[in-house]
Design a protein around this ligand. Structure first.
Ligand code: NAP
Length: 349
C-alpha cells in the first residue's frame, strides 16, 4: 500500500517528538516534512531537537531539514502540535491551502463546525466537515481536533456511562503530569516537593470539552450533552500520565456492576493504533498509578480504578491516560487512521 506523506507542525516539541516516535514504523503514514519555529528552521531535525524520549531518534528523520510553518509542505496532510497562540492562524492557512489539518491545539476545538474527536466515541461527528468546508470556503483542506489531554483521561468512561444511564453532573479533579506543559515546561523549583494548584486556561477546557465530545450529531449540528462539569486542575511531580478523580451523578439507577460493565464493554476500533481494550477497569485497590499504568495498550488505553458508590453523587472513580500519547500524538494518529478509513484523506499525487 502506498503510504500517505505526513508533515508535522511543531515537530521539535514534546508532542512533536511523540509523533516522530509513533510514526516511525507506521503501516499507512511516512514522515516527509517537519516544521517548527524560526529558531529550528534550516537545521536538520537532529540538530534542532532536544530529543527527550528513551528510544533513540529514528534514523529516517535525523537528516530532514526543518521547515518554517508556512504552506506548502511536501506532504498529503499535517499533524499540528503548535502552541495555541499561533495555531489558529497557521492551521487555518494550511487548511485553506488544501491540507487536512489534524490538530492537538485548543485553537479550533470548540468551534461549532470543527470535530473534537475521540473516534471510539464520536467518529460520526466527522460528518460536520462538509459544513466546515462550506462555511470556511475550504476546498480539499479541513481541520479536525483532539481534546485537551486531561479531558481525554475521563471522557471515555463518561461516554460509557452517558450512553447507558445518562449523566446529570460531574465533579473532576485532575492531577496532570509535567510533560503536559511542553518542554522545558514548569521549573524544577516550582514542581519538586510540590503540587501546583494552577494550570493556565485548563479548568475552562476541562469543564466544557467532554460535553461536545459526548454530543449528538443532528441535522448538521453537534448538540452538546447537557450535563455540567466542575473541575479543579493540578500539576503534579510525574513525568507522563494525567490522572482524573471523578464523581458522577447519573440520570438512571445503575448498580456498581452495571457501571463497571458499561466501561469494560465500551468498544475499541479495529485500527492500527486502537488499543484493546479501550477502557481497562482495575480491581486492585491501589491502581491506576501513572508509572505502572500509563503505557497500557501502547499508551492508548484508558485505565480506570477505585470505582465505588459515592456518598454525595452516585459513583466515583479514578482514570489515567498517557498525556502525550492518548492525550496528544497517539490520539491525532488514530484520528488520521479514521479519516483514511473514511476516504477523507487523499494522496496529493
Ligand atoms: P512544546 O514542547 O513547547 O513544543 C512546541 C513546538 O511548537 C516546538 O516544535 C516549537 O518549535 C514550535 N513553536 C513554538 N513557537 C513557535 C512559533 N512562534 N512558530 C513556529 N513554531 C513554534 O509544546 P507541546 O507540549 O509539544 O505542545 C504543543 C501543542 O500541543 C500545544 O498546543 C499543547 O497545548 C498541545 N498539547 C500538548 C500536550 C502535552 O501533553 N504536552 C497534550 C495535548 C495537547 P521550536 O522548537 O523551534 O521552538
Amino acid at each position: 500500500m502506498k503510504k500517505y506523506r505526513v508533515g508535522i507542525l511543531g515537530a521539535t516539541g514534546t508532542v512533536g517528538q511523540r509523533f516522530v516516535q509513533l510514526l516511525a514504523n507506521h503501516p499507512q503514514f511516512e514522515i516527509t516534512a517537519l516544521a517548527a519555529s524560526e529558531r529550528s528552521a534550516g537545521k536538520t531535525y537532529q540538530e534542532a531537537t532536544p530529543w527527550k524520549l528513551a528510544e533513540p531518534m529514528p534514523e529516517a528523520v535525523r537528516e530532514i531539514v526543518v521547515s518554517t510553518i508556512e504552506p506548502p509542505l511536501d506532504c498529503d496532510f499535517v499533524f499540528s502540535s503548535l502552541p495555541s497562540s499561533i495555531a489558529r492562524e497557521v492551521e487555518e492557512s494550511f487548511a485553506r491551502a488544501g491540507y487536512p489539518v489534524i490538530s492537538n491545539s485548543s485553537a479550533f476545538r470548540m468551534e461549532e463546525d470543527v470535530p473534537l474527536l475521540i473516534p471510539e466515541i464520536n467518529h460520526h461527528h466527522l460528518e460536520i466537515i462538509k459544513i466546515q468546508k462550506q462555511n470556511r470556503g475550504f476546498d480539499d483542506g479541513f481541520i479536525v481536533t483532539n481534546p485537551n489531554c486531561a479531558v481525554t483521561s475521563f471522557a471515555p468512561p463518561l461516554a460509557a456511562l452517558h450512553e447507558r444511564f445518562g449523566i446529570e453532573a460531574v465533579i473532576v479533579t485532575t492531577l496532570q503530569a509535567i510533560s503536559g506543559a511542553g518542554y522545558p515546561g514548569i521549573s524544577a523549583y516550582d514542581i519538586t516537593d510540590n503540587v501546583f494548584p494552577y494550570i493556565s486556561g485548563e479548568e475552562p477546557k476541562v469543564e466544557t470539552e467532554a460535553q461536545k465530545i459526548l454530543g449528538r450529531y443532528e441535522n448538521g449540528e453537534i448538540i452538546n450533552a447537557d450535563f455540567s462539569v466542575s473541575a479543579q486542575c493540578f500539576r503534579v511531580n510525574v513525568i507522563d500520565g494525567h490522572m482524573a478523580s471523578v464523581r458522577v451523578k447519573l440520570k438512571q439507577d445503575a448498580t456498581l456492576e452495571d457501571v463497571k460493565q458499561a466501561m469494560i464493554e465500551y468498544p475499541s476500533l479495529k485500527l492500527h493504533s486502537s488499543p484493546e481494550p479501550f477502557i481497562h477497569v482495575c480491581d486492585e485497590p491501589d491502581r491506576p498509578q501513572p508509572r505502572l499504568d500509563r503505557d497500557r495498550g501502547n499508551g492508548m488505553t484508558i485505565t480506570v480504578g477505585r470505582l465505588f458508590p459515592d456518598n454525595v453523587f452516585h459513583y466515583r472513580f479514578v482514570c489515567l491516560s498517557h498525556n502525550t500519547i492518548r492525550g496528544a500524538a497517539g490520539a491525532a494518529i488514530l484520528n488520521a487512521e479514521v479519516l483514511v478509513q473514511k476516504g477523507m484523506i487523499k494522496h496529493k499525487f
